[in-house]
Design a protein around this ligand. Sequence first.
Ligand SMILES: C[S@@+](CC[C@H](N)C(=O)[O-])C[C@H]1O[C@@H](n2cnc3c(N)ncnc32)[C@H](O)[C@@H]1O
Length: 234
Amino acid sequence: MNNELPFIKDMFNSIAPRYDLLNRLLSLRQDVYWRKMLVKAINIIGKKRVLDVACGTGDVMLEMIKQSDKETLIAGLDFSSRMLDLAKKKLAVHQKRKLQLVAADAFNLPFKQNSFEAITIAFGIRNIKNRLKVLKVFHDGLTVNGVLAILELTTPRSKFFLNIYLLYFQKILPLIGKLFAGHQRAYQYLPESVINFPDSTEFREILISAGFKKIKMKRLTFGIATLYTGFKHE
Ligand SMILES: C[S@@+](CC[C@H](N)C(=O)[O-])C[C@H]1O[C@@H](n2cnc3c(N)ncnc32)[C@H](O)[C@@H]1O
């Protein structure tokens, strides 16, 4: 199986300049709250090394900076150079913090194994085809007792809300994407990828197969986002 979908890197390179604006607009700013919850879930205070995979324009890292103290090294990794350029600009004001931005693929973390006390990935795992493999890579990257936190867009459970959501997501959102990002295909792909993402039972099984324990999940904003956490044990 190919690890990745071939068009993902090009797609993010091309929508990068409008990515933040579209996130705020399409989620009605809920994305800011979701990332806050993601970082809360890893209890960052006192941690020495944390990694945000698929860091994009750096919004999770900015939230990590807010919630942690100066001793924490915060690394961010992404394979889109244009997303990373934007992250670099946004992080430039935090020169006193220990930050690292790395251009790399999530399947080949350029770090020693067992070296992060927490790994996060926000809205990234959906775009990766071989999820079991990448979750095993994250497991290897964590220290014993390290925590993985995953934030992902999901579909609401209530039938009533699901219908309204699908109407917005499949009909209106691609048009907004075309208008603001000039990339209708990317915002057509977005709903497809969310609808095709495994449900919570299935995703939990994948996390277990990758070696994670004590798995928890929390639905956010009527279930249009879900936060998963899991731990690496000996
Ligand atoms: C939807 S964006 C999320 C960005 C950021 N985490 C956020 O909260 O806004 C997905 C990001 O994942 C990155 N990505 C997707 N597959 C990747 C892979 N295999 N390795 C590294 N980055 C990847 C893309 O380049 C993109 O920046």
